[in-house]
Design a protein. Sequence first.
Length: 475
Amino acid sequence: MLSLMVIVFLAGYALIALENKIQVNKAATALLVGTLLWVIYILTAPLIVPEMNGEAFRFFVSEHPDIAALPLLEQCVRFITDVQVVEHLGEISETLFFLIGAMTIVELVDVHGGFSFVTNRIKTKDKNKLLWIVAFITFFMSAILDNMTTAIVMVMLVRRIIPNYKERWIYASIIVIAANSGGAWSPIGDITTIMLWVNGNVTTNALIPALILPCLVSLVIPLLIASRLLHGVIRKQQRETGTESAVMQIVTRKERISIFLLGVGCLLVVPLFKMVTHLPPFMGILMALGIMWLYTEIMYGRMKCVDESLKHRVPRVIRRIDIPTILFFLGILLAVAALQMTGILDAAAAFLDEKVHNIYLINLFIGLLSAVVDNVPLVAGAMGMYPIAEASAVAASPDAAYLSHFVQDGAFWEFLAYCAGVGGSILIIGSVAGVVIMGIEKISFIWYVRNISLMALLGYLAGAGAYVVQNLLIG
C-alpha cells in the first residue's frame, strides 16, 4: 500500500505538470490526490499506525479507555481522525490563513494604487537593469519578510510596469528565485530557517555570515542567464483600469500613501510579532488584516456622499483572492502530510543516511527533493532523525568528524537551511512563493521547466559549491 501511495503522489504531480495539456485545473488534481492518500492510509491503518506511530498510538489508547476494547481497525481510525488529522489540519490552516491574510492586504494596497508610489520611483527603462533592481530588492526584503508575501508584493509591482505577460513571467520567475534565496540566509526569512532557529539548531550570529554569500551566488547565476532573455527598453505603461481609475477619483493621494505605508508596515511587523509574542505568524497577519480593515472602514465611513459601489472595502477586495491557488496548496499539504504519517519521508531520509553518509550529498538531495515535495516536512524529518549533537557525545563517538557536523551551528544544519530553501526554486511548485506566483501570473509549469529550471539548478549548485568551499577554507 505504501508503494501505491507513492505511485498516486507521483501520478498526481504528473497531472499537475500537464495542466495546460489536459485542461484540468491543478487545484482539482491536488485536492483529489491529497484526500485519496488519506483514504488509502486510513484503510490500511492497522498495518501502518502501530508500526509507524506506535508510541503515540499506545498513549492515545491508554488515555481513552472507552476504545481499548474496540477492534484494532477502529482504534487506528479514531487515532487518525482524532489526533493526526486534527494536528495536520491545524498546521495546514496556519499556512492557509496566513496566505489569505497576506494576499488580502496586498490586494487592498494594490486596488487603492498604493504600489504606484514605488513603481513611479523606478525610473529605469532598461529591462535588464530593472530585472537586477527587482531581484535584489526581493532578495533583501525576503530576509525580513516571509518569502511568499515578498514575492506577492514584488510581482504586483512588476505587473504595473511590464505589460507583456511572457516577459513578466521571466521577472516573476526571478522574483521566486530571489525570494527563496533571500529567505534562506536569515533566521526569520524562510519557514525552514525559522524552524531550525527556534529549535536551536542554528543561531543568528552563525547563520547569516555562513549563508549570505552562497545565497547571493544562487541568485546572481540565474540573473546573468535571464539577462540574455530580455532586450530593449520598457514601453510606456498601460493606462489604469476603469476600476483603479474609479478608486482614484474618491481616494486622495494622502489616503493612498497612508494605505500603502500601513499595509507594508503591517507586513513587516509580522516577524517581529512572532518573535515578541511567540504566537504563530498567521495570528500576526490576521491582526494586520484587522488593522487594515478597521482603517479602511473608518476612511470610507467619512465618505457620506460617495456611492457604495465605488468603495473598495475588504469584503469586496477579498473576492479578488485566487481561491483555486489556496485550494491547490491545501491539496499538496494534505498529500505531503499523508506521506509523512506513513513514514515514507522518514524512510527516504534513513536510506540517505545509511547509504550516502555525507552531509553535503544528503542535503543536496534534500534540496532537489524540495523542488517537488514541500520543504517543511523534509526539514522536520531531518531534525527528527538527527538531534543536536552535544560536545561530549562528539568526543566519545568513533566517528567524531561526521558527528561534529550536527552540533549547534554545525555544517549540516547550515547547509540544510540553504538547500531546503534555495532548492525549492528549481520547480515553480517547489515553494510557497512559486505556487502563489504561479497562480497570480498563470505561469505554465512546462514553460518554467523549459526556461527557468536549468538556470535555477545551476544557481543552486553554484551556491552550494560556494558554501562547501567557504566551509572548507574558514570552517
